[in-house]
Design a protein around this ligand. Sequence first.
Ligand code: GLU
Ligand code: MG
Length: 446
Amino acid sequence: RDGAMKPAPAAPLVTLATTDYAGITRGRSMTRRRYEAAKGAVSCGWVPANISLTPFDLIAEGNPWGSKGDLRLVADKTARFQTWPATSSSPLDLVMCDITELDGSAWTCCPRAFLKAALQDFTKATGSKCIAAFEQEFQICDTGWPAAPSFAVCALRRAGGFAPELMGALEQAGVEPELIVAEYGRDQYELTTGPADGVIAADRAVVIREVVREMARDRGWRASFAPKTSVAGVGNGVHVHFSFVGPRGKPTAYDATQAGSLSALAQSFCAGVLRHLPALVALTAGSPISGLRLQPHNWSSSYTWLGEKEREATLRICPVVTLGNNDPGRQFNIEYRAADATACPHLVLGAIIRAGLAGVRDALPAAAIFDGDPQMLDENDRHRLGLRRLPQNLPEALEALASDAEVSGWFSKEALATYIGMKRMELKLCEGLEGDALCTRYAAIY
Ligand code: GLU
Ligand code: MG
């Protein structure tokens, strides 16, 4: 070796990241030195057809973009998440980006821009802002662990340093983890975070997935957020908790005098979500295996159902804790349970808000709160109570999307064609795979 030169130390990287229609976080990286030295906006090139990537990496045939065109990934400097997990060889430094045209204007397919616009329109129409928190479940595979009882102390402790190191990394990243829980399913865990403004909440969901997967990978395990890792196994849900905050921090989703304590705003909002739910499923749980999870008696969701403290309902009015003189209004939130990690969190929350806003715009009356088991009712009673079965597979969900003019209307022609084209290609690439084989395929990706 040349005595005058020492091996270069590793240059820590900052990754400019976007989470696409397939729910996969992709990006490009530069040295931290370069990122921090930049004055003003930091951006890098991006390719339009990337948004047409299926989870299997093949780009959807006949997408609107082809091999032409150029975009920018523009770093949102306020959405930088830095952590150095105890087991990782270098810091994980993710900065969430908006996908823009070369002049900085929003690109028609950018999921983050979609969410931002929905949030802005919500605030413009209601005077409130929407806050949210994503509750996410995952399973750890390839550990060789013997089974442990659900919710058991030993189910968490057998993971050794994983849980404490994970929570440390997430705290360092600033995503405000609340609880890590050994869940009901085999080797299943759940992570909750504190509420935050809508965009931050969705960004956090992305960061949590990446940190969990990395820390499992570092141990030779695989963490999977796939909605099902086997047909008979317990599903992994993504539950989106949302609430509204008005001027001077006033909680505006809560009204103790109303059924379910839903304010007039929240009543119309929930009615809007329920009205558009079949089409929403194409966006929030839109993989070929998502329907396996959205079955009755799975504590996931399966009907257009508003329920109070009911874990089978798709919209669950969550409990408020009065213990310790806590203010109920500040905790009050509603949980959307028909989402999973094959969907982009920004698209999920944006779609929920757009649907709710349509309900507010149309001043929809409160939906009935249902208490019971829809499976025990006959079809006439379900109809009377507004309980419609959610689409049971992706083709059905895509049909619901295509036939819901309101939901399709939230997207530009190109964006809708891109999303549907990608999903159709995803279905095509799954042909010949069913049941457990299909779940295994998704468990390896998500
Ligand atoms: N695993 C359930 C799901 O697929 C959720 C269980 C729960 O946290 O209530 O959504
Ligand atoms: Mg759970």
